[in-house]
Every structure is written in structure tokens, then in C-alpha cells.
Design a protein around this ligand. Structure first.
Ligand code: NAD
Length: 312
């Protein structure tokens, strides 16, 4: 069993670190939040006083942080040059491709093997150890990271060189965001044209309109398998996180001059829903309530603009 440093014990990191500890790894955990550290101790991890203390003598380092600036800060101040050069470094946060590549380049220059390994799957999958990891890095780095990632996930896929994990993650989520909006507007139109939503679901899920956002994650309550729509759009994948990923996708698209009209439309609509209308805490499928104009904005958020009104 290995000594593993785990930095970032929030919604996702908490369950992931617990799964590593459960299999017998010696997990040295650090987070800026006292509450997160107490929970990690209850889950079998050992508390470290700082990120640098957690990584000292580590054979593997896992980070699960909010955004690129946190990843850069933690790696440059507390991991590179502080962990033994034999340690395998794994950043599982969702961040921009450019920062992921930059940090891997800096780690490699200091003699480390490092991968970007963002995940698909939410808090429940992190706790159950059923995440999907999309991994970017050299074949040697992937081979070192895989046994640790396998403990936390049901699938570990080598996407390509450094940054390829982040590229795969944001491309997947751009497709998901756009297809969810298309599913929502389709169901709203179908109902306005007099179609019963269950009947339309039965038809479209066996016809060429079939897609995951409809058949596995239907935004209409009571239609298809149980989804956040059946729980007042609570739980699931927050609209604020979808917006974060769409912004990363648009940033990446601009950097390579790729034309993404559907992605930028999805970014605009999720900006309106998650920020202007205060829907960021709801599951991303709740955007159907903005499209059918039934969204009740929480106190302090802007009232719903009429459907079809463009932002800005
Ligand atoms: P979170 O905000 O719950 O957790 C992040 C943790 O990092 C917090 O506990 C915070 O205190 C800690 N942190 C921040 N800066 C730190 C530092 N310098 N040193 C130590 N700890 C620090 O976020 P989350 O929901 O766990 O998400 C983590 C990452 O996973 C994000 O990049 C997110 O986009 C991605 N992700 C989240 C989900 C989800 O459903 N929540 C799904 C897939 C991917």
C-alpha cells in the first residue's frame, strides 16, 4: 500500500479520498476547510497541516480543486519541489487545457510524472467509486496513475498526451449542454403541439432524435427513468458547474479558432439561467423551466425574461 497525498476534500474529493483510504492506502489529506479535514479523518485519512506536509514522502499525489488558479497555486507552491520526484502527480480537477499543459510541463521539467485526470460523474459516483477518468499524459505517467484512479472509478481512459483529459472532458460537456437544451426545447414544443410527453419520449427514444439527455436524463418529470426532474431538479449536476465547463470549452475553442455556434449558444443560455435567473444550484436539466417560462426566480435574482429574449 502506498502513501497518497490528497489535496482538496470538497464535494468530490471527500468521497475519492475515502475510497483510497478504504483500500488500505495511507492517505495524508489537506484542505483549507476545517470541516472538510474533520470529515476526511472520520473517513480514515490522516490530517496534514499543509499541502506541502501532505506531499512530503508521498508516492502519489491527487488534487481535486475548484479551478485552474487553485491548481497552479497548489502545484507551484506546495507540490513541485516538495513531493519526492518519484511521486506520480494526478490532477483530477476540471480546469482549462492551457493551465493543465503548463503545470504538467513544469512538473516534468522538475523530474515528475504527471497526468491531468478530470472526471465524469457527480458526488454520488465519487462516493461509490464509479467515476470515469479521462486521462492526459505520457504512456509512462498513465501506467503509474491507473492503479490509483481505478480505485476511485469504474473506467479509466487514456485520452492522449498532456491536457487531453481536460480536452475530452470539456468537449463531452459541451455536447451534453447543447443536447440538454435541444432536448428541453423539443419537449416544450412537442407539448405545445399537443403531444403527450411520454408518448413523444417513446417515439423519439426509438427514432433518430434519440440522445442521452432524453433517454437517460429526461428533463420532464415523470418521463423516462428517475432523474433530478423527479426531485424538483435537486441533486445531479449543478447548472453552475455546467456553465463553468461551457466557459472552459469556449475558451479552448477560441484558442484554436474552432467555430462552435451550438456551444456558444449553450454558454449564453446557461449564463442566463445559472447567473441572471439564479438557477445555478439546480440540476442543469432545470433549464427547461426557463425555456417553458415556468421558472420562479429565487429572491434577489432577476425575473424571468420572456422566452426567446437574448441576453446583453
Ligand atoms: P468543492 O468546492 O466542493 O471542493 C473543492 C475543495 O478544494 C474545497 O473543499 C476547498 O476548500 C479546497 N481548496 C481550495 N483551494 C485549496 C488550496 N489551496 N489548498 C487546499 N484545498 C483547497 O468542489 P467539487 O464539487 O469537489 O469539485 C472539484 C472539482 O471537480 C472542480 O474542478 C469541479 O469542476 C470538478 N467536478 C465536480 C463535479 C461535481 O458534481 N461536483 C463533477 C465533475 C467534476
Amino acid at each position: 500500500m502506498a502513501r497518497v497525498a490528497f489535496i482538496g476534500l470538497g464535494n468530490m474529493g471527500s468521497g475519492m479520498a475515502a475510497n483510497l483510504a478504504k483500500t488500505g492506502h495511507d492517505v495524508r489529506a489537506f484542505d483549507l476547510s476545517e470541516e472538510a479535514l474533520e470529515k476526511a479523518e472520520k473517513n480514515g485519512c490522516l490530517r496534514a497541516g499543509s499541502a506541502a506536509e501532505a506531499v512530503a514522502e508521498a508516492e502519489a499525489v491527487v488534487t481535486m480543486l475548484p479551478a485552474g488558479k487553485h491548481v497552479r497555486d497548489v502545484y507551484e507552491t506546495s507540490v513541485i519541489g516538495k513531493a519526492p520526484p518519484t511521486a506520480i502527480l494526478m490532477d483530477c480537477s476540471t480546469i482549462d487545457v492551457a493551465t493543465a499543459r503548463e503545470e504538467i510541463t513544469k512538473a516534468q521539467a522538475a523530474g515528475y510524472l504527471m497526468v491531468d485526470a478530470p472526471v465524469s460523474g457527480g458526488i454520488a459516483a465519487a462516493e461509490a467509486g464509479t467515476l470515469t477518468f479521462m486521462v492526459g499524459g505520457t504512456a509512462e505517467a498513465f501506467a503509474r496513475a491507473e492503479p490509483f484512479l481505478e480505485i476511485m472509478g469504474k473506467a479509466v481512459i487514456h485520452a492522449g498526451g498532456p491536457g487531453a483529459g481536460q480536452a475530452a472532458k470539456i468537449c463531452n460537456n459541451m455536447l451534453l449542454g447543447a443536447s440538454m437544451i435541444a432536448t428541453c426545447e423539443t419537449f416544450v414544443l412537442a407539448q405545445k403541439l399537443g403531444l403527450d410527453p411520454q408518448t413523444f419520449f417513446d417515439i423519439a427514444s426509438q427514432a433518430s432524435g434519440q440522445c442521452w439527455s432524453m433517454t437517460s436524463y429526461c428533463p420532464v418529470p415523470g418521463v423516462g427513468p428517475e432523474t433530478p426532474a423527479d426531485r424538483n431538479y435537486d441533486g445531479g449536476f449543478a447548472a453552475a458547474l455546467m456553465l463553468k465547463d461551457l466557459r472552459l470549452a469556449m475558451e479552448a475553442a477560441r484558442s484554436v479558432d474552432s467555430y462552435t455556434p451550438m456551444g456558444s449558444g449553450a454558454e449564453e443560455l446557461y449564463t442566463r439561467f445559472a447567473e441572471a435567473l439564479g438557477g445555478g444550484g439546480k440540476d442543469f436539466s432545470a433549464i427547461i423551466k426557463m425555456i417553458d417560462d415556468s421558472w420562479q426566480a429565487p429572491e434577489g435574482a432577476a425575473p424571468s425574461p420572456p422566452p426567446g429574449t437574448r441576453l446583453g
